[in-house]
Design a protein around this ligand. Structure first.
Ligand SMILES: Cc1cc2nc3c(=O)[nH]c(=O)nc-3n(C[C@H](O)[C@H](O)[C@H](O)COP(=O)(O)OP(=O)(O)OC[C@H]3O[C@@H](n4cnc5c(N)ncnc54)[C@H](O)[C@@H]3O)c2cc1C
Ligand SMILES: NC(=O)c1ccc[n+]([C@@H]2O[C@H](COP(=O)([O-])OP(=O)(O)OC[C@H]3O[C@@H](n4cnc5c(N)ncnc54)[C@H](O)[C@@H]3O)[C@@H](O)[C@H]2O)c1
Length: 484
C-alpha cells in the first residue's frame, strides 16, 4: 500500500477545502487535498449557481407574463422547458469548468481522488477507485466534507420520481407538476421558480416555518404572498405517498377540501441537509462529538477541542452558506498551517439571502436574539413596500421590512426583510451592524430618490421614534418626493 507523509491533509475540495488549501500552501508544500467524488464544488455544480440560473429563467417568464401592467404586451408567453434546462446546464458547466481548471493547475502530488476515513487521529486511509488504497500520515487535518440532502424515509416511496438538488438540474425538460417537500431555502427558491415556469407546484412543510424567517410578522406576510402563486402549507398533514403509474400520488389534508389525493410527476425533497461526517470513521479521530456526530469545535478558530484537527464549511453545520464556508476555510487553513499557534479569525455579521421574489433576507441578530441580548429593552421599526415609490414604479410593491435596535444607545442590531431588492438593502444593513452604527448614524447617510432604500429609511425613522430618539415621521412626508 502506498503511504504519504504530509504536514496538512484537507478532506474535501469544495469551497472550504479549496480556500483552506490556498492558505496552507502559503506556508508549506507538504499538503494534500482529498476529494471523494468530483471536482467542481457543490456551489457551482448543484447549488448556488444552477439554482440562480433556473430562477433567472423564471424571473424572465414572470416579467413577460406581467408586462401588461405597463401597457406592454409580448403576445402569448411560451416557455420552452428544454431550452430553459439547456441554458441552466450550459452556464452551470462554465462555472464548474472554471473551478476544475483551477484545481487542475495545482501540483498533482497535492491532489488525491478517493474517499478518506480516519484510522487514528493522525492517519487517514483513502480508498481509491483505480489504484490501491493510500495511507496518509498528517500532522494536521482539515475536515471540509460539506453536506448532502437529508431525505425523510416517507419520500423514498416516490422511487424514481424523487429528486433532490443533485439531480434536478439534469432534467432535459420541465415536468408538468412537482410536489415540493420542505418550504426552506431550497424549496422556496426552486419551488417558486418552477411555478413561474409553468409547473404545477404544491409545497408541504412541517412545523410552520417559512424559509429561514424568524420574525412572525414577516413570516405571515411571506406565507400569504407565496400562497397567491402556489399552495404552500407550512404544517401539512400528509397521510400517504406512493409511486403510481402516472407519477406520485400524495394523500393529504387540504385546508378546505378535507382529505384529498393529488398526483404529481415528481417529488422534490428540500427537507434540509446533513453534514458529511458519518462516512469519515470520525470516532477514530480522537475528538469529542456532538449528538449530531459533528465534532465539537470553536467557531473562531475552527479547531476541534484542543486537537490538531479543524472543521470548516457545511460539514460543521454552523452556517451552511458559501461565504461562511470560504471564511471558515481561510481560518482553518491559516490555523492548520501555523499550528500549534492557533488564532481567532474574523467572523462577519450574519447575512443570509433567499433568492425568491420578493427576496427574503436576514441580517445580524434575529428578533429572539435581540430580545435575549437586550433583555427586552429594544425597539422595532417597520415599513411595508405596498406604498413605496420605487417599488410601485417597478410594479413590485409588496413586502415588509423590520429593523431592530437597542434602547438607550440606539445601536442597530439586526433586520429581517421580505422585500424587493432585499439582496442590496441587506448588504447595507449588514455593513451597518458590523460597523456598530446607531440608527441615527444610519439616517445621516445619503439616500437617493426614487429608490427602494427610501423605504428602508422610513423603517429606520420609525425605529428611531420607537427608541424615543427621533421625531415622529410626518404622515405622507414629502422629503423624498412621492412615496415612502
Ligand atoms: C441548491 C443549493 C443552493 C444553494 N444556494 C446558495 C446560495 O445562493 N448562496 C449561498 O451562500 N449558499 C448557497 N448554498 C450553500 C452552499 O452551496 C454551501 O454552503 C457550500 O457550497 C458549502 O461548501 P463546502 O466546501 O462546505 O462543501 P462542498 O462544496 O460540498 O465540498 C465538500 C466536498 O467534500 C467531498 N467529500 C465528502 N466526504 C469526503 C470524504 N470522506 N473524503 C473525501 N472527500 C469527501 C465532497 O465530495 C465534496 O466535493 C446552496 C446549497 C444548495 C444545495
Ligand atoms: N440563497 C441561499 O443562500 C441558499 C439557497 C439554498 C440553500 N442554501 C443553504 O442550504 C441549506 C439547506 O437548505 P434546505 O432548504 O435543504 O434546508 P432548510 O433547513 O432551509 O429547510 C428545510 C425545510 O424542510 C422542512 N422539513 C423537514 N422535514 C420535512 C418533512 N418531512 N416534510 C416537509 N417539510 C420538512 C423544514 O421544516 C424546513 O422548513 C440552507 O439552510 C442554506 O444554508 C442557501
Amino acid at each position: 500500500m502506498e503511504k504519504r507523509d504530509v504536514d496538512v491533509a484537507i478532506i474535501g475540495s469544495g469551497t472550504a477545502g479549496l480556500v483552506a488549501y490556498q492558505r496552507v500552501r502559503k506556508v508549506t508544500d507538504r499538503v494534500v487535498m482529498i476529494e471523494a467524488d468530483q471536482y467542481g464544488t457543490t456551489c457551482a455544480r448543484v447549488g448556488c449557481m444552477p439554482s440562480k440560473l433556473l430562477i433567472a429563467a423564471a424571473d424572465s417568464a414572470h416579467q413577460m407574463a406581467n408586462a401588461s401592467l405597463f401597457g406592454v404586451t409580448a403576445g402569448q408567453v411560451r416557455i420552452d422547458g428544454q431550452a430553459v434546462m439547456s441554458r441552466v446546464r450550459r452556464e452551470r458547466d462554465q462555472f464548474v469548468e472554471g473551478v476544475i481548471r483551477s484545481v487542475e493547475k495545482l501540483p498533482k502530488e497535492h491532489r488525491v481522488l478517493g474517499h478518506a476515513r480516519f484510522v487514528d487521529p493522525h492517519r487517514l486511509m483513502v480508498e481509491r477507485d483505480r489504484t490501491s488504497d493510500l495511507e496518509i500520515q498528517a500532522e494536521r487535518i482539515i475536515i471540509a466534507t460539506g453536506s448532502r440532502s437529508a431525505v425523510p424515509k416517507m419520500l423514498e416511496e416516490a422511487r424514481d420520481r424523487l429528486v433532490i438538488n443533485d439531480n434536478i438540474f439534469e432534467w432535459q425538460d420541465l415536468p408538468d407538476s412537482v410536489a415540493v417537500f420542505g418550504p426552506g431555502v431550497i424549496g422556496l427558491e426552486l419551488g417558486q421558480a418552477l411555478s413561474r415556469l409553468g409547473v404545477r407546484v404544491r409545497m408541504f412543510g412541517i412545523g410552520g416555518a417559512v424559509g429561514p424567517i424568524r420574525d412572525d410578522a414577516i413570516r405571515d406576510y411571506a406565507l400569504e404572498t407565496f400562497n397567491q402563486e402556489f399552495p404552500l402549507d407550512p404544517d401539512a398533514d400528509v397521510k400517504h405517498l406512493e409511486r403510481t403509474g402516472d407519477g406520485v400520488a400524495i394523500t393529504y389534508r387540504h385546508p378546505e377540501q378535507g382529505q384529498i389525493t393529488e398526483t404529481f410527476d415528481y417529488v422534490l425533497a428540500a427537507t434540509g441537509r446533513q453534514p458529511n461526517v458519518d462516512g469519515l470513521d470520525i470516532q477514530n479521530a480522537g475528538v469529542d462529538l456532538e449528538d449530531s456526530g459533528v465534532p465539537s469545535f470553536d467557531r473562531y478558530t475552527m479547531r476541534c477541542g484542543d486537537s490538531h484537527i479543524f472543521i470548516a464549511g457545511d460539514a460543521n453545520q454552523l452556517k451552511p452558506l458559501l461565504h461562511e464556508a470560504a471564511d471558515e476555510g481561510r481560518i482553518a487553513g491559516d490555523n492548520a498551517a501555523a499550528y500549534p499557534e492557533v488564532r481567532a479569525g474574523l467572523r462577519r455579521t450574519p447575512l443570509a439571502i433567499v433568492f425568491t421574489d420578493p427576496q427574503i433576507a436576514s441580517v445580524g441578530l434575529t428578533l429572539d436574539e435581540v430580545d435575549e441580548e437586550c433583555k427586552g429593552c429594544f425597539a422595532v421599526g417597520e415599513v411595508s413596500f405596498e406604498d413605496q415609490g420605487r417599488s410601485l414604479i417597478m410594479g413590485k410593491n409588496w413586502g415588509l421590512l423590520r429593523v431592530y435596535a437597542r434602547q438607550g444607545t440606539g445601536q442597530f442590531l439586526g433586520a429581517e426583510l421580505f422585500a424587493p431588492a432585499a439582496e442590496h438593502m441587506a448588504h447595507l444593513l449588514a455593513w451597518s451592524v458590523q460597523r456598530r452604527l446607531t440608527v441615527s448614524e444610519m439616517l445621516e447617510m445619503p439616500f437617493y430618490h426614487p429608490v427602494v432604500e427610501e423605504g428602508l429609511r422610513t423603517a429606520l425613522k420609525q425605529l428611531n421614534r420607537n427608541l424615543s430618539i427621533g421625531q415622529e415621521p410626518a404622515e405622507g412626508c414629502m422629503e423624498c418626493g412621492p412615496g415612502v
